[in-house]
Design a protein around this ligand. Structure first.
Ligand code: ACM
Ligand code: ZN
Length: 767
């Protein structure tokens, strides 16, 4: 992007004159933070001051929602609204139609005398206002700040989005959220120019939308006693109150305390209208034929057996051999199509227990009668029928990427979520189908922050590298999802969504070439202040500068760094959890004995993640004599014997093969795989060596008998590290690894004293 500070002499003279009358400030680049980053931004001298005398002028209906949003912002923050005149251009904030500007794009010009927003559609004006909002001080997000000076830096911005679909999803089934929370979330989306709100309204754990023809869906299907997720949240809430289930969704019904709730059709209309004022389209998801238990529980004739139930992992689906399933689905979708103005209706289609269809004579008969190859094709047979029906209502069908497996009709759009099924993208693109990229390794914001860190979200490129320009056209955009199994309240939802939502929004809007992680981190400093002003609870990483294990020989000196500017660090050395009443960090810490160090940082009352570090007194390990070297290491593999890395025991008669790297290659997608790598590591000099493993699931790294990196347990890809003191020479190394459920990955690194982090391979390994 072009990001220039521009001061022409003549311009500066004019401004110095104006600044005599109006002492407006000139902003530095570091004082301006717009996310997502605009295509072109030129900062100039001086600034515009918004006051209660500032008037907005417009002439078109399409300009009104943007103008109203801006005026409302001031009413909330400053206590006055801005007068809007719809008959001319004599205000100092002026909306002007410019037909040559693309849809959603805008041109914003701020001088000390005037603000001009040009666009060709309502979305363009609205995004001009959202940029203006971010140019105003963060306190504009707060109520009642009458004393603030509302300065907007002089600036020229030309801006347009990369993708047309910039989506966020919320799951209302696993845990429910209120109308106010939905509206608040839509406001967050607007701020970051996101334009598609995917409401996951039905699932096994609750039906959340009124369907007039089938009242039991909400009379009964919206209420539950306690789900396994509720139990898990309650257990976690014992030590982490952020997992407390929101009390407002408990109701006394039929003498029982039940969890649940649903949106009436009138409420849905209110949500759609609120979203529409913010240029957001609401896409409903009614999942069928799987994830359909809340319907089957109350209308059991829908299932193959006439009863609800579960397969090994997923719930039993609707029977696709019964006409009633097709009829029921169409009746529900008729009401949905009438209610939602969106082009698309999402029908789920993921994670179907097709075993139920294998065992069902009716389903098998449909397969046979229609010459279908298998149950995937049966699902596609159903999808095609539903799609044709939706077409009669003027709607397009969208579904999760499983719908690709049995074949797609050409108008279907798919949401790609399974990182381990990249072929679904290729199949869809080659078939001419459009897709939304929402991969679970990057854009599932319900994943813990150590599994899906902010950087991973920012750096993800959604269009596959190997896609041709023609294939790339089928990527309509991106979306992040907030599955709510373990998100039982809105504060927790904020914490999982922020600040990652900003990283995703930048990928959705800003061109690939204009993205830059370092520059983004700079802009995040001011964005954090805006999030503070909005009262958003967001994730703050741990204190940095510490390994999971810090080794020392005589004395350790540890310098800690706060994760965000201006945070205070506190720590304990007695194993207790650190809080604000722990010891405050001021100078580097010195240790001469093995100690457990726990650190935390605070931004106001918002805590960072706690970091636990074992500061360990060690002596140098002696090397072993090795004469010939192989640049390889021994690998032993076993399938189905162990369940977790911590249980792996190498048998006495283990047979090994030679490999030249420690990784999972050759076993992609396999489950229950245990591996042990054995060999030697070369310490090029005497000193403290760091090792790190990143593994999905667990891994353990030993030097001789010492556990250096403990990355045990079954989990998604997490990196852990540790240190060990080594004398120069060869040292025995063992890495154990286990993959439980598929999607395995393993990387091992080392860092020599004063060196760079390198993958463990090549001349430093031997058998
Ligand atoms: C999904 O996460 N099952 C779409
Ligand atoms: Zn059936």
């Amino acid at each position: 992007m072009k990001y220039t500070t521009y001061f022409s002499m003549g311009f500066a003279l004019v401004l110095s004159f104006s600044s005599c009358q109006n002492p407006s400030k000139t902003f530095a680049e570091s004082e301006v933070s717009v996310v997502p980053k605009p295509s072109e931004m030129i900062l100039a001298e001086g600034s515009f001051v918004v006051s209660k005398d500032t008037k907005i002028s417009l002439v078109l209906e399409t300009q009104k929602p943007a103008a109203k949003y801006l005026s409302d912002l001031f009413e909330n923050a400053a206590g006055y609204s801005l007068t809007i005149s719809d008959t001319g251009t004599n205000g100092t904030i002026v909306f002007i139609e410019e037909p040559s500007i693309k849809p959603e794009a805008y041109h914003l010009e701020v001088t000390p005398h005037k603000i001009t927003i040009k666009a060709s559609d309502a979305a363009g004006y609205f995004y001009g206002v959202q940029t203006l909002r971010q140019l105003l001080p963060p306190t504009v997000e707060k109520e009642a700040n009458e004393t603030q000076n509302w300065l907007v830096p002089s600036i020229t911005i030309n801006d347009e989005p990369r993708f047309g679909w910039r989506g966020m999803h919320m799951d209302f089934s696993r845990h429910f959220f209120s109308m106010d929370e939905v509206k608040t979330f839509l406001d967050y989306m607007a701020l970051y120019k996101l334009n598609t709100y995917h409401m996951h309204l039905t699932d096994d754990q609750g039906w959340r939308i009124e369907i007039k023809q089938y009242p039991l869906l909400t009379e009964k299907g919206a209420w539950r006693i306690e789900s396994t997720h509720d139990k898990a949240c309650k257990e976690l809430a014992k030590t982490d109150p952020s997992y407390t289930i929101d009390e407002q969704h408990y109701h006394q019904k039929d003498g029982q305390r039940l969890y649940g709730g649903f949106f009436t059709q009138e409420q849905i209309k209110e949500i759609i209208a609120y979203a529409s004022e913010r240029q957001i389209e609401v896409i409903p998801e009614i999942g069928v034929p799987g994830h359909f238990k809340a319907a089957i529980d109350n209308y059991p004739f829908l299932s193959c057996t006439g009863e609800p139930g579960w397969g090994e992992v997923f719930s039993n689906p609707a029977c696709l051999g019964k006409e009633t399933s097709y009829e029921f689905t169409k009746n529900v979708l008729s009401e949905i199509a009438a209610l939602f103005p969106s082009d698309y209706i999402h029908i789920g289609g993921d994670e179907v227990n097709i075993q139920a269809w294998k065992e069902c004579p009716r389903c098998q008969k449909v397969i046979k009668d229609n010459n279908l190859a298998n149950e995937h094709e049966l699902q596609s047979f159903f999808n095609r029928d539903i799609e044709a029906f939706l077409k009669t209502k003027g709607k397009k069908l969208i579904g999760w990427d499983e719908i690709v497996e049995g074949g797609l009709s050409e108008d279907t759009t798919m949401m790609w979520w399974r990182n381990w099924a990249p072929k679904m993208r290729d199949k869809a693109a080659n078939n001419g189908n459009n897709m939304i990229i929402t991969p679970c390794f990057e854009y599932y914001f319900d994943a813990q922050n150590d599994v899906t860190p902010f950087e991973k979200v920012y750096n993800y490129e959604p269009v596959p590298e190997e896609f041709t320009a023609d294939q790339a056209k089928h990527v309509l955009g991106i979306q992040a999802n907030l599955w709510s199994e373990m998100i039982p309240n809105f504060k927790r939802l904020q914490y999982m969504a922020f600040p990652k939502i900003l990283a995703m929004a930048e990928t959705a809007w800003t061109s690939k070439e204009d993205k830059n992680h370092e520059d983004f981190q700079e802009r995040m400093k001011l964005q954090h202040q805006r999030l503070d002003a909005l009262g958003i609870s967001y994730f703050i990483p741990a204190v940095s500068g510490l390994n999971d294990k810090e080794a020392f020989i005589n004395k350790a000196v540890l310098e800690l760094k706060a994760p965000l500017d201006g945070m205070e660090i506190y720590y304990t050395i007695d194993g207790s959890e650190p809080t604000k009443i722990a010891i405050k960090y001021t100078n580097p810490l010195e240790f001469t004995e093995t100690t457990t160090l726990k650190t935390i940082a605070f931004r106001g009352d918002v805590p960072s993640v706690v970091k636990t570090t074992l500061v360990e007194k060690q002596h140098y390990l002696e090397p072993v004599g090795i004469k010939e070297t192989t640049r390889a290491i021994k690998q032993w593999v076993d399938i189905d014997k162990f369940k977790v890395v911590d249980d792996i025991i190498l048998p006495d008669n283990a047979t090994f093969t030679s490999v030249n790297a420690i990784n999972f290659s050759g076993y992609d997608g396999e489950q229950n795989v245990s591996m042990v790598f054995k060999g030697h590591f070369y310490a090029e000099e005497e000193g403290l060596f760091e090792f790190a493993t990143k593994s999905d699931d667990g891994s353990l790294l030993y030097i001789a008998d010492n556990l250096v990196v403990n990355n045990g347990g079954n989990h998604s890809a997490i990196e852990k590290n540790g240190m060990v003191a080594l004398k120069k020479g060869w040292h025995p190394i063992t890495v154990k690894f286990h993959e439980a459920t598929g999607g395995g990955q393993l990387t091992v690194w080392y860092t020599a004293p004063g060196g760079e982090k390198k993958v463990l391979a090549g001349s430093v390994i031997t058998e």
